[in-house]
Design a protein around this ligand. Sequence first.
Ligand code: COA
Length: 264
Amino acid sequence: MYQTLLTTLENGIFTITINRPDKLNALNKQVFTDLDHAIDEVYNNAEIKTVLITGAGAKAFVAGADITEFGGLTKEEAMALAKRGQDVFFKIENSKKPIVAAVNGFALGGGCELAMACHFRLCSENAKFGQPEVNLGLLPGYGGTQRLTQLVGKGKSMELQMTAHLIDANEALQIGLVNHVTTPESLLERTKDILQIIMSKAPIAIAKVIECINIAVVSDSAYTAGKSGYDKEVEAFGDCFITEDMKEGTTAFLEKRKANFTGN
Ligand code: COA
């Protein structure tokens, strides 16, 4: 039914597995199309009570947006790409049904952003998290500047996004990016155990919890100023696409070499 996702529905738990393991489950346009439809299914199918999102293979949850799709985009096209990603992730964040990420390896760039759009996260001991976009002459475009800051605080978010450092599972636990660390073998079962507990509670009350907590992290001052941090992020993402450094950064990644940035 989906080209890039595997889905199963068992005892009310809908498992969505991003399935491009040879590309470390990188998020291309088709993944976003499929994910958008899968979340529609979550909204509309009464049999689905809760959702688990994970990645195929032992190595990666999602290693980011698909960098091969970045070449030759105009500023406007880049902004549309970021907006599209943000919209699909808002749909996840605003789902009335709990959506939990089971992070089974690399969660980088758009992968970390996908995990952060979920209501909370578990990960396996081999997981690695990061927003390495500055290595490409870019910044996160799918809500990462906002959600990482909400989850781990301003200073840590600044450092992680400026250095592009990857952190391991224990550090992710320590800074509040994930709630639990498990062995790779027990990740899905442990996540499902928590979803089972949630499914024993009143669904309307759970939906209201999600709605109220989401409101708690929205910056009122940003909205009243007419521009949210998410809008600013879309614009900044577009701005980066017309720089020489972005061309150099993405080309260097694809040529498997280190980028040489000049500030242009
Ligand atoms: N977009 C497109 N392709 C990607 C990708 C991405 N974000 N991440 C990995 N891939 C591809 C690689 O190009 C490679 O493809 P190939 O076999 O056709 O050459 C394949 O997935 C395996 O990745 P590889 O880099 O060979 O694995 P590794 O173990 O050496 O390194 C990572 C793993 C995660 C450290 C490395 O893939 C990486 O840095 N990925 C990009 C992370 C990133 O910058 N994400 C933010 C994007 S905005």
